[in-house]
Design a binder for this molecule. Sequence first.
Ligand SMILES: [Zn+2]
Ligand SMILES: [Zn+2]
Ligand SMILES: [Zn+2]
Length: 209
Amino acid sequence: MSPVTGVSVWPSAARLRAGRFPVTGGGVVPGGGVRGAGVPGSAAVDADGGPIDAGIAVLRRRGERVTSARRAVLEILSAASEHLSAEEVFGRALAVSPGLHRTTVYRALERLGELGLVTHVHTDHGPAFYHLSAPLTGAPHLHVRCRACERIVDVPADVLDDAARRLRDGAGFLLLADHTALAGLCSDCLDRNADADVDRDVDAGSPAG
Ligand SMILES: [Zn+2]
Ligand SMILES: [Zn+2]
Ligand SMILES: [Zn+2]
């Protein structure tokens, strides 16, 4: 199923996701119902503009140039229903603005990151994945990544609060969990594994038979 509907373990993830992608576009976005959804509680996103205009406004305020690469990166991340590697961002940027160079797009990603408009999350294997930052989307969140299907899913930002409190109280350790995706298995893959286990049991036959 789609990344949006497949997150039954985290009922509020779909809501968060809807908040993350207030200006969706293109054919790859599942759950078109979130299209144009408002972003309550976000000071950066004005009513008609959405995160792209908010990001461009920040660039202008900071005296930064609004290049075609920077604009393309904001548009691509805003429209994406999934988290994209730098190479995937580059591939989509080429479709929007042919002739862009890889280094230009990578530099745009980096500068937008330095300006706090774009963030990324690391996984236990593979490249970093990029998305618009919480100030643009109004939806702070953490990430989990399925080791089987490699899907990254947004989860509520407070999901580790108990663990963070215990680490702080018990070990004086400050947990910073927003830069790395937690690894595990998604509900779809767990279901598939359970089905496979049933098949194996049937194949093995009953000891009594
Ligand atoms: Zn990093
Ligand atoms: Zn999975
Ligand atoms: Zn995310």
